[in-house]
Design a protein around this ligand. Sequence first.
Ligand code: ADP
Length: 672
Amino acid sequence: MAAFITKRSQLQWLALLAVAVALPTASLLWFMSRVIANERLVVQQKLAVLYQDKLADASAKTMSRLQGPLSALEEIKPAANPYAALRRLVLEYHFRGLVLAADDDTLIYPQLGGATLPGASADSPFGAASREEFAHQDYSTAADLYDSLLGDADPHIALAAAVGKSRCLSRLGRLDAALAACCQAALAPLRREDPSLCLTVENARLLLLSLLRQAGPNPARANLFQQTIDALVADLFSPSGDKPLLSANQNLFIAQKTLEALHGPFLYHDERAVTALQKLTAAEELSIAAAETLTPAAGATDVIFKTTLEQKTMYGLRRRLRSTTALALLSDEAVADVLAGFRDVFTGTESTYRILDASGEFVAGVAQPRGNPFTVAMLPAAFPGWKVELYFQGGDVFEKAAQRQIAVYIWTGGLVILLVLIAAGLATRAVSRQIRLNSMKNDFIATVSHELKTPLASMRVLVDTVLEGHVRDEAQAKEYLRMSARENERLSRMIDNFLTFSRMERNKKVFNLANVSPASMAEAALDSVRAKFAAQNCRLTVEIAQSLPAIPADHDAIVTVLVNLLDNACKYTTQDKQITLKVFTRDDALCFAVGDNGIGLARRHLRKIFDSFYQVDSSLARQAEGCGLGLSIVKFIVDAHHGRVTVESKPGAGSVFTVCLPLNKHGNHPHH
Ligand code: ADP
């Protein structure tokens, strides 16, 4: 594979590798993000399906509950006294108001305006009495004049005179007399057919209540108070008769005054009647407001809508009744009651609900549930735009589960990415190693051809010179032959190295171990380099320790090691070459140390120089014409002897290569 690698394809290789990492990583990340997004969706959908039936059930229940108020409206008889309907709707169904309108928007209830108190001409006796009272403020005369009219044949005059007399007497400070005068008028039976007369009587009752308040309580007055209120409660919002006694605004005014009187010093015995009166009064007030602001007859029917009356938001419901439209105002209770279908279905399940109206306002259920809704559904058509949201009780169980799942995905994804990166890293290293080795081999071939050619060429020139007799004397001829022999020797050593290396490569190298003396090996190595050192002005210092033990080693192999180290020491030293060879024992090892004062090595090269074909690409290393095999052969041989080769070096200061071989027979199992 490596053999095909060129500079250009190296880049292609790296690009390919980057794509091989980036592609799976990117697709994994994409896949994970999809999975995470889907995870939530899937669970939500499952739950939504699961709760579909419950929602349908709750909706059906709600619709059937809505039938309550709808059929209550259905029962209204537009031709009858509307107070019958109002009483039932307010007191039984908790409605807050009612408007009944004909198709042309004319109001059937609440009707406004209504009867007025009877007037009297100025020259009539009643007119004279009024003049004395209001214009002249002569109450005593006025009282007498009113008194004379009490027996009048016209019941309007007779009643109004009694009220006038009572008013005047109270002005004169005669409260008891005033009360007595008012009593008769106030407690007179009402005549339904005459609204104006009814209004006079109700007026008398209100006057009586205010007179009682002024007089303060005593048993007789307390009794009178009860009677008056009884009469008012019986007549206000009265469903008896075919139409109301008074118009809605008059009825409301009197009802409000009555409720005010109940706050006075007198106690009224019938609590329930008071509560009913309060509710009906409030309903009438809202009904009047609704009649004024809404168009009762127009608008969607049978749907709940939201409106604001008297600064309060509330819900309304219209229903068609033949030629009439009933518009009911629903209380919050009534709405909650209708929506109780949801409460019935969802209590006791692990979910809670929240119902929001069309404007997103909370209506029913849990006001502030925890977490996110797992499903949202619309309410039935009678609640246009209303939504129900379903939540898990006690927070988002599902969200937690999804998060756990997501965490698992993220961890797995991270792990896979890490593995891909590691694999890619290893692949990159292997590939770049192959690339480097390949380029080294290419360099090697170039070097080898050059290295072999140079000595051969010079040998040929030297030999040719001698053969052709171009020499001064025999001494010169000898000198040339000696030079030729040296070149020959260099060539042999180089070829030796190549062969050793080649055998090493093929694991064919055989070591012949015998007990040899370290000194003899050192001497043999020195012999082989001495001539060369002398030629290059290398000063050599040798220190061989006394009485060194013999070690089991392959003599020739160790000599090759030492020659290579000494050769390098000389090659990589510039001027004033000082080389040392020391042989000594240390711990359980016998060591050869070759030192020089040469160019040294940078830290980053220290480990690599023992690799085959590795050369520090300095100009001197290039000049030195090596081929990067020497140290790899050294390491191979030393390893085969179970020894160690180390180097200490500093750029510019020189290097020391130390080879240590075990003395101990024990660790001594050189392999083949
Ligand atoms: P070469 O044939 O290039 O000498 P070697 O394997 O013997 O190959 O050495 C590898 C490299 O180590 C050399 O190219 C050189 O740069 C460096 N080297 C070896 N010995 C020394 C030394 N004594 N001083 C400095 N550099 C050295």
